[in-house]
Design a protein around this ligand. Structure first.
Ligand code: G1P
Length: 292
C-alpha cells in the first residue's frame, strides 16, 4: 500500500534566528519569495503524499493562514487583473489536504511526532522536518518511499557531514547493505565528535512503521531533557530493521543563518526570472571583493 500520510513538525522556536523569529514561526522564513514550509509541503506532495498533518505551537497561526484560501486577497488580485498571482495563491490552498494539531508543550521532537498517532491510524507514514530544505529535481522523500516499499521498514535520510558537524545531528552507526543503504545498528543524538560512531547524520526526512509510537512511549527524556526522536529510532532499530538512506543532494537548515544564505543563493541562481541577472551580479561582487 502506498504511503499517503505525512507529518510535518513545525513548532520549533528558531532561537538561532532571532530577531526574525520573535513573532514569526521559523518555518515561515521566506527563502526567496516562498516560506520554507511551502517547499517542504511541495516535496511531500511531489512524493505522492496527499494528507498532511502540520504540528504547530503557540503563536503560529500564520502557518494555517498561509495554506488556507485568502478570499480578500483573491478578490483584490482578480479586480486588478493579476491572474498569474491569483492562480499561484489558489494553488497553495489546494496542494493537499492539510490538518493541524498543536503540540501544547515543547517536549522534544519525539513528543511532537507522537502527537500524530491518531492521524496516521496504524499505517506507515512519512515525517518531514519543516526547517530542512532538500533541494533536487527528484524529491528525496520519493526515493525513501521506494526503499520502504522494497523492505517494508522504517527509513531515515542520512548525509555525510564533518567530524565537527556531527555533534549537531542524530549520528548513525551503519551496516551497509547496498551502495547508499545501511541498516542502522544504533543512532545517538548529538554525540561529542570524539564519541561519534561515524560521520553519518540523520536528516529531517523519515518514513516510519507505526511501531515508532510504541518506541516513543518507552523513550525517557534524553539530550536537553527532551523526548528525542533519535532515542525512539534507536529503540525501534533494536526490534526491527531500520534503514538509513544516504543522499548527496543539497540540504539546507533554514534555522541556521549560513545555511539560509546558501539556500537563497542556490535557489536564486536556478530561477528563470532573477537567475541570470543574479548570476551576473555574483560575478561582479566576486571580482569587486577580490573573492576569486
Ligand atoms: C533534529 C533531530 C536530529 C536530526 C536533525 C536534522 O535536530 O533531533 O536527530 O539530525 O533534526 O535536521 P534539531 O535540528 O532539531 O536540533
Amino acid at each position: 500500500m502506498k504511503i499517503k500520510k505525512g507529518v510535518i513538525p513545525a513548532a520549533g522556536l528558531g532561537t538561532r534566528f532571532l530577531p526574525a523569529t520573535k513573532a514569526q514561526p521559523k518555518v515561515m522564513l521566506p527563502v526567496l519569495d516562498t516560506p520554507a514550509l511551502q517547499y517542504v509541503v511541495e516535496e511531500a506532495v511531489r512524493s505522492g503524499i496527499t494528507d498532511i498533518l502540520i504540528i504547530t505551537g503557540r503563536g503560529q497561526r500564520s502557518i494555517e493562514d498561509h495554506f488556507d484560501r485568502s478570499i480578500e486577497l483573491e478578490a483584490f488580485l482578480e479586480a486588478k487583473g493579476k491572474f498569474d498571482e491569483l492562480k499561484q495563491i489558489r494553488e497553495i490552498a489546494e496542494m493537499a489536504s492539510i490538518h493541524y494539531v498543536r503540540q501544547k508543550e515543547a517536549l522534544g521532537l519525539g513528543h511532537a511526532v507522537s502527537v500524530a498517532e491518531a492521524f496516521v491510524s496504524g499505517e506507515p507514514f512519512a515525517v518531514l522536518l519543516g526547517d530542512d530544505l532538500i533541494h533536487g529535481s527528484v524529491p528525496l522523500l520519493a526515493d525513501m518511499l521506494r526503499v520502504h516499499e522494497k523492505y517494508g521498514r522504517s527509513v531515515v535520510a542520512a548525509l555525510e557531514v564533518s567530524r565537527e558537524e556531527i555533534a549537531m545531528y542524530g549520528c548513525i552507526e551503519p551496516e551497509w547493505v547496498e551502495e547508499n543503504l545501511a541498516r542502522i545498528v544504533s543512532i545517538i543524538e548529538k554525540p561529542a565528535p570524539g564519541e561519534a560512531p561515524s560521520t553519518l547524520a540523520a536528516i529531517g526526512r523519515y518514513v516510519f512503521t507505526p511501531e515508532i509510537f510504541d518506541a516513543i512511549r518507552e523513550t525517557q527524556p534524553g539530550r536537553g531533557g527532551e523526548i528525542q526522536l533519535t532515542d525512539a529510532i534507536n529503540q525501534l532499530a533494536q526490534e526491527q530493521a531500520v534503514y538509513a538512506n544516504r543522499f548527496d543532494r543539497g540540504r539546507f537548515d533554514v534555522g541556521n543563518l549560513f545555511d539560509y544564505l546558501k539556500a537563497t543563493v542556490e535557489l536564486a541562481l536556478e530561477r528563470e526570472d532573477v537567475g541570470p541577472a543574479f548570476r551576473a551580479y555574483l560575478g561582479e561582487v566576486a571580482a569587486r571583493k577580490k573573492l576569486l
